[in-house]
Ligand binder design. Structure first.
Ligand code: NI
Ligand code: MN
Length: 226
């Protein structure tokens, strides 16, 4: 699968020729000022929760691509009220078969208000299963024990885990999370964008490699194959 990083927690994952874009926060992110939002292609946009740093560019990118936005019921209603035409609401524990594969909306321990203060429901993460590879996108979350269920019920080839601490898991909890979900190939997200998420990425990579796991931090704008 081809993975492109747009900064913070925003990735495009190409699954069976379909572009899945996660949590677009690009125009307000100075670190991503080289990314041209008007050129981003997306067939689906998956939104983990309502916070600005996950939703800022959803409407723009969704409407320029007529992308289908997969998110919680409350975030879906808010986006619809603000001009979204194509969306698929989900709630925790539910799965749906899309043309590219199966999506399950899973638990996250965090909060979720919308940028204007509206109620955003509860935050979540996603498990994507396809006939090629399967992966977990944690969204913003604390380490929690339900991750063990993912390890017991899913075969994950790789996972995007928040790792920048303060608002989400830090390195030690992300390492435990990778054990809970039984996945050794991790891509870090939600780090270095804000003052309180600055971290030492080299030391984090060493901590993971000493545990026999591989942690990557992608350059903004770069693409890797996983
Ligand atoms: Ni958040
Ligand atoms: Mn966040």
């Amino acid at each position: 699968m081809k993975i492109t990083y747009y900064g913070h927690s925003c990735f495009n994952v190409e699954v069976n020729g379909t572009d899945l874009l996660f949590d677009p926060f690009i125009r307000p992110n100075k670190l991503a000022d080289k990314i041209d939002v008007s050129k981003i292609k997306a067939d689906y946009i998956l939104v983990s929760h309502g916070h600005e740093d996950h939703i800022a560019d959803v409407l723009e990118i969704a409407n320029q691509n007529n992308a289908n936005v997969i998110t919680s019921f409350e975030v879906y209603l808010w986006l619809k009220k603000n001009g979204l035409t194509n969306g698929h609401p989900m709630n925790h524990g539910g799965s749906w078969d899309f043309d590219f594969g199966k999506v399950k909306f899973v638990n996250a321990v965090h909060s979720s208000s919308l940028p204007d203060g509206s109620y955003g429901g509860n935050p979540g993460g996603f498990v994507i299963e396809s006939n090629k590879k399967s992966f977990y996108y944690s969204g913003d979350t604390a380490l929690h024990y339900d991750m063990k269920l993912l390890g017991e019920t899913k075969q994950l080839d790789f996972a995007f885990l928040c790792i920048g601490d303060n608002y989400t898991m830090g390195v030690d909890d992300a390492l435990l999370a990778s054990s809970f979900i039984k996945c050794n190939r991790i891509v870090g997200m939600h780090y270095n964008t804000f003052e309180h998420t600055k971290m030492d990425t080299n030391s984090a990579k060493n901590i993971f490699s000493n545990a026999g796991k591989e942690l990557s931090f992608m350059e903004i704008g770069s693409t890797i194959e996983l």
